[in-house]
Write a protein that binds this ligand. Sequence first.
Ligand code: ZN
Length: 257
Amino acid sequence: MRFLIVSDIHGNRFGLESVLTDAAGEYDTLLCLGDVVGYGAHPNECCQILREQNAISLSGNHDAAALGLISIEWFNPVATAAIEWTRAQLSEANREWLQTLPAQRDWPEHDFQAVHGSLREPWEEYIVGSSLAAATFNLMSRPLCFFGHTHIAACYAEGTPQGKRPEVQGVALPNGGEISLEDDEDDEPGMQWQYLINPGSCGQPRDGNTQARYALFDSEARHIEVRPVDYDCQAARQAILAAGLPKMLGDRLLQGR
Ligand code: ZN
């Protein structure tokens, strides 16, 4: 199965549409790792696009906050304003759809898992750095887990040599990259590998690259490609201003921060 994996769309239809155009014909199933809404001006349109594509989606903390499932006490004032605006905008049908989404999922038939934040705290924890990655590696039941929430494209690999302690290496992928699982020829025999991969954000990147990001995962070839694609950041910014959302939510799209 070929999966197109997106995360942290955040109501940015321009980012999502560019990704779908760029990846057209190269995937069978669309998988979203959560945060469909919050920040951007098109929450209903983004839900609609995913529903029309029969996407499998996870729930992110912003989706949960927009539904009132989690408290927004710890959100900053800009995020709070965006959640309150989003709550008022969401159609009943999209609200009901968002309510059906889990924060994590397991695909035994394709040997991978996916979660919005981390397996310790599916809605809350940000996997930034090797020690946080190690905590989720400990909880994984598959060799591969996709995650989002940080808005930073990255790959963590944990190698465990036979009878030894595991070691985690992380690499950021601001300009994309390719990862082939389990094919390292230099491996010592008995080496076990696990991977945690974040495709980056398709609606509000925060790794210094303004391009929308996505991943293609071929579950049979065990191959993943993270790709950047241009989208109309100016149109997304204008829509945020026109909606009366906080200006900085539009400005940050031009900086990728
Ligand atoms: Zn997010």
